[in-house]
Design a protein around this ligand. Structure first.
Ligand code: ZN
Length: 208
């Protein structure tokens, strides 16, 4: 897997779901050798903070956790990368109306079990809820939220509104929540604007 650094910011979270945004942290999927834009456990943590899955003060803890147990950090990152590829194949199958690989669904299930191991039942006001244990490592908490977002989207989301951006070499995934369901671009300011400029140039060329 090739690594290419990327300056993640909140405005890159265009998927409408954390699992879709997570798939968008790799590019060039169709080549079979996607380009990774996270680079390692810390890069994954930084992205998770931008995606709102971790708090800013989690980053200090994450660095301490990686320093104390680098292997655990690498393991969480490798699982995340495997999950990302499985999710891309599942979402791509939804978009192209193809068969979903059972192994990918089984891996998503396995990640759910892994996440559950870090969770505890806790009193919450008048009721109860399941939440990540205080001692759960930061990357495991981020992974859990991605797994839950993926499952929530597959079970309850608008699968018919799942699209890949039509921009040149973009392919970022998003759920189209627009009223008319005609959103074609990940972001009007980037891919949408490129397309507008190209259309304008083409028209002017014809007129010239
Ligand atoms: Zn795009």
């Amino acid at each position: 897997m090739r690594f290419s650094p990327y300056p993640w910011s909140e405005k890159d979270m265009i998927g409408g779901n954390a699992a879709l945004d997570f798939v968008n942290t790799a590019a060039d999927w169709a080549s079979g050798d996607p380009e990774d834009r996270l680079g390692g456990p810390e890069g994954f943590g930084k992205w998770a903070e931008m995606a709102g899955l971790l708090y800013a003060d989690d980053m200090k803890r994450l660095r301490e956790e990686i320093a104390a147990d680098p292997k655990a950090g690498e393991d969480a990152f490798e699982t995340a990368i495997r999950l990302r590829a499985a999710l891309w194949r599942i979402f791509n199958a939804v978009i192209t109306d193809a068969e979903v690989d059972e192994d990918d669904l089984a891996f998503l299930d396995a990640c759910k079990v892994r996440a559950a191991n870090h969770c505890r039942l806790a009193r919450d006001g008048d009721g109860f809820r399941r939440r990540c244990a205080e001692e759960a490592p930061a990357l495991e908490r981020a992974l859990r939220l991605i797994v839950e977002a993926a499952e929530d989207f597959l079970l309850n989301g608008r699968l018919d509104r799942l699209h890949a951006c039509g921009g040149d070499a973009c392919e970022w995934l998003f759920v189209d929540t627009s009223k008319n369901g005609k959103r074609r671009w990940c972001d009007m300011a980037t891919c949408g604007n490129d397309a507008k400029v190209k259309k304008f140039r083409k028209r002017n060329k014809k007129a010239a």
